[in-house]
Design a protein around this ligand. Sequence first.
Ligand code: IDP
Ligand code: MG
Length: 169
Amino acid sequence: MKEQQTLVLIKPDGLVKSLTGNILTELSDVDIIITGAKIVQVTRELAEEHYNHLKEEKFFDELIKYVMGEYHTRRVLALVYHGTDTIGKVRRVIGETNPEEAEPTTIRGKYGRITKSGVFENVVHASENEKEAEREIKLWFRPEELVHNIYPTESKDVTKTEFFWKEKK
Ligand code: IDP
Ligand code: MG
């Protein structure tokens, strides 16, 4: 029993199909809590870094286009879940990578499909293990965007331009 965090992405097909509510409901049944959430427009750089371990696969280019939203909408919902054994719990709820092989009761089994060009449109991403979870959470989120941090943080003095809401005169 271990406190873990995991990165979940509701991919562009999940957003276009209005599945956000259903997916959050399925994930709320396993006693884990959301500690960070935001809508992200995925750049090519972020997509390629996220899937860098699949660079050599023949489906890599299609995968990058898919996660950048070229076939659906240019955004994903990024979430960090926190709790005991979160990584395995979430992976069980989402199901197998191939939506045709995923159990029909899982998120991917219920809502995923394979396109004619062979893209696995499997609706959600979730980290596979602790090493990947740490890498992915640090890639997608800054420490202050999470309500609770399990990885060490440090403060640095930086000078930067920040945006504020314009004050009404
Ligand atoms: P995972 O998302 O279940 O962890 P990975 O092997 O890490 O599976 O693959 C990342 C993503 O790449 C998958 O979610 C899926 O969208 C896509 N993908 C994986 N394997 C294939 C394949 O054989 N054909 C087409 N797309 C694939
Ligand atoms: Mg993976």
